[in-house]
Design a protein around this ligand. Structure first.
Ligand SMILES: NC(=O)c1ccc[n+]([C@@H]2O[C@H](COP(=O)([O-])OP(=O)(O)OC[C@H]3O[C@@H](n4cnc5c(N)ncnc54)[C@H](OP(=O)(O)O)[C@@H]3O)[C@@H](O)[C@H]2O)c1
Length: 265
């Protein structure tokens, strides 16, 4: 079976093709033929050695995949051969409150990831893919999609008519833009690039701000909302943006601290 591996801390140059041998399925394990893999900023962090659970040895990278079940092991109840499935970012967090134990294992950082022809995974670490999603679309749900949904609607509690501020046009922000539009939430999107802002407009963004041309972009947020500011910020910039994000929310508003693209996270 063909796969790739990377050495955390040795950079993207350390990515190399390898061959892995097949192993027999254990109790409740499922074999998945991988059809699509999605990348996240987190995969760069693993390559650079800055992801907390990267470990030291070479690892098959990647957390997000969608594919087809090709074999089920003894005791598997949730899936059958032929089912379309996607990976869960924390395969051992099936329900309930988050905890260090439930989130200790992530695919592609410390444990084997998804950049491989096939995966062997406990059925609890997989979700069924709805028929209307392609494998490519479904693969983007695992990390960026679920993070955006959780920030907007679980922790953020947004509803139609609210306003959300999305920083940059990376995976989490673009997923959030599409979910917010579908839910009737007004969106303000920032980017370093006018061309990317135009793409965001095509996806339905209501207000566009170039954060390079307008370094004090929180003032633009105030103007665009007639001083009412926003209900929620999906904060991904870290030390570059956190103070301006806090200045952009109103009383009772929330800042979902998700990442640190500018460092300090
Ligand atoms: N806590 C969690 O559960 C969780 C889950 C997923 C991701 N994250 C974190 O969230 C962050 C985003 O992840 P991602 O996968 O969406 O990243 P990504 O796809 O790599 O996003 C890159 C984009 O972010 C924008 N960006 C970079 N620096 C910025 C800054 N200083 N201010 C505003 N925008 C900036 C840029 O947009 P433009 O090119 O438009 O300027 C860049 O193209 C990362 O720090 C990641 O580790 C956390």
């Amino acid at each position: 079976m063909h796969a790739y591996q990377i050495t955390p801390g040795a950079g993207i140059e350390s990515l190399e093709a390898i061959k892995l041998s097949k192993r027999e399925l254990q109790h409740q394990e499922v074999r998945v033929k991988v059809r699509a893999v999605a990348l996240n900023y987190r995969d760069l962090m693993v390559a650079h050695g800055s992801y907390p659970t990267s470990g030291e040895g070479a690892v098959v990278p990647g957390s997000d995949a969608a594919g087809e079940v090709v074999e089920v092991g003894p005791g598997v109840k949730r899936f059958r051969v032929g089912d379309r499935v996607a990976t869960a970012f924390f395969p051992e967090w099936e329900d309930g409150k988050v905890s260090p134990i439930k989130t200790a294992v992530t695919l592609g950082a410390g444990g084997a990831g998804v950049l491989s022809e096939e995966l062997v995974i406990h059925e609890g670490g997989l979700a069924a893919v709805p028929a209307h999603l392609s494998y490519e679309e479904a693969a983007t749900l695992t990390c960026a999609g679920v993070t955006a949904w959780n920030a907007l609607f679980v922790e953020g509690g947004l509803k139609a008519g609210d306003t959300v501020l999305l920083l940059g046009t990376g995976g989490v922000s673009i997923w959030a833009l599409q979910l917010a539009k579908a839910a009737g939430v007004r969106t303000i999107v920032t980017s370093s690039s006018d061309a990317k802002l135009e793409r965001a407009r095509e996806l339905g963004a209501d207000v566009l701000v170039n954060y390079r041309k307008t370094p004090e972009w929180q003032d633009e947020v105030l103007r665009a909302t007639d001083g009412k500011v926003v209900d929620l910020v999906l904060e991904v910039g870290g030390q570059d943006t956190l103070a301006r994000s806090i200045a952009s929310v109103g009383m009772g508003g929330k800042v979902a601290v998700i990442g640190g693209l500018g460092g300090g996270f």
